[in-house]
Design a protein around this ligand. Structure first.
Ligand SMILES: CC(C)(COP(=O)(O)OP(=O)(O)OC[C@H]1O[C@@H](n2cnc3c(N)ncnc32)[C@H](O)[C@@H]1OP(=O)(O)O)[C@@H](O)C(=O)NCCC(=O)NCCS
Length: 340
């Protein structure tokens, strides 16, 4: 069967309309099968994501697989940088009607030389729906499950806004910004982001960046270049003037009705006072002042992170699916595929 599959690199900027349509059909069918909780992707959504890939994960490279000329599968690989530059963050997606024909395996075989050429030693993938074909495929290739994550969604029109109480405990004040952290807070904000290193991330190979003011500025610039709007709310500790807790959200241009909730962290000395809930609630309220049409916010939380899951539930989030992250050493994976 594998002989008929043709896999080749895919450059969205120069792709033929037919291939872009094929790419979209694969993404849409995967969504219907593996992520039925999401609102249906439009063609423009998918093109928009190709134009504005996720920021902070390094350069992204694509492949498509064809059977009898028709696009039936694809790969999206982010070549992570800095602390994580040994990892190829790899997503392989096959149209449900072309599954179990060796397409996924053929795609992986085609991607591996590029992973090796770019100095990768590990293949990691983050967003496999638990209980799906993807989980069984990863098992068959002896990938190791390294983390389990809950995907949670806040559906704004269905949620009682009284849940977003942003009453701040005494001794703190709120600051917020869109795009650029104020100069007087950026160093302390970077330090507080390093508190994320405490969040349970299982055995992911990915390493959270060691944040500095310079790296915060570089990330802000990259987000701006990609037309991604960043919103942040922090709680500042009055006595020290330091950031005690932070939360961030991204608004992507091609999906104006969705918010992507990013990191939330409260420094250990300030936990247990409701700061996490308060800053997240304030962020939602602020967003809705400017974006009253916002439909939903998505967030991922480690399945073992009971505190954050509880905070999210209290804000009205519901858990929509469980996802697993897996990885495998690149050379072992190559040996595995050579034996098939
Ligand atoms: C995971 C995915 C890419 C696999 O694509 P595929 O083309 O069906 O995979 P292959 O045909 O190459 O499968 C190779 C082997 O994996 C195992 N496998 C794959 N899907 C399986 C399933 N649903 N149940 C049991 N075993 C399965 C089998 O051993 C299979 O060999 P076999 O068919 O000869 O028994 C596809 O199911 C998919 O797109 N899922 C959604 C996206 C996703 O979760 N990707 C995961 C990695 S990023």
């Amino acid at each position: 069967m594998t002989a008929r599959v043709e896999v080749e690199p895919f450059d969205p900027a120069h792709a033929a309309e037919g291939d872009l349509r094929g790419y979209y059909e694969v993404m849409l069918a995967r969504q219907e099968t593996d992520r039925p909780d999401e609102p249906r992707l439009s063609y423009e959504d998918v093109l928009g994501r190709l134009k504005n890939p996720f920021v902070g994960f390094g350069p992204v490279v694509y492949w498509v697989a064809r059977l009898r000329g028709e696009v039936v599968g694809l790969a999206i690989v982010y070549f992570l940088e800095e602390e994580s530059s040994h990892i190829g963050l790899t997503e392989v997606i096959v149209h449900p009607r072309a599954r179990r024909k060796g397409v996924g395996t053929a795609i992986l075989r085609a991607v591996i030389p590029e992973l090796r050429a770019r100095g990768r030693r590990l293949v990691e993938t983050w967003q496999i729906t638990k209980g799906s074909d993807g989980e069984r495929w990863a098992e068959s290739l002896k990938f190791l499950v390294v983390h389990t994550v809950l995907m949670q969604a806040l559906v704004i029109p269905e949620t009682d806004s009284a849940l977003w109480r942003d009453d701040l405990p005494a001794g703190y004040r709120l600051r917020r910004w869109a795009g650029t952290a104020p100069d007087d807070l950026v160093a302390s904000f970077a330090a507080a982001r390093n508190a994320m290193h405490d969040a349970p991330v299982g055995d992911l190979a990915y390493q959270e960046p060691e944040w500095t003011a310079e790296r915060i500025r570089a990330r802000e610039a990259e987000l701006r270049q990609n037309n991604i709007e960043l919103r942040a709310v922090v709680a500042v500790h009055e006595d020290t003037g330091e950031v005690a807790g932070l939360t961030e959200l991204e608004l992507h241009p091609h999906r104006p009705f969705w918010g992507f909730q990013r990191d939330t962290a409260v420094l250990p000395a300030h936990r247990g006072h409701g700061l996490g809930r308060c800053i997240k609630a304030h962020l939602i309220r602020w967003l809705l002042e400017d974006r009253p049409d916002l439909d939903r916010i998505y967030t991922t939380t480690g399945a073992g992170n009971a505190h954050m899951i509880r905070v999210n539930h209290r804000l009205g989030y519901t858990t929509v699916r469980t996802m697993i992250a897996v990885n495998r050493d690149l050379f072992e994976l190559e040996a595995e595929l050579a034996g098939r």
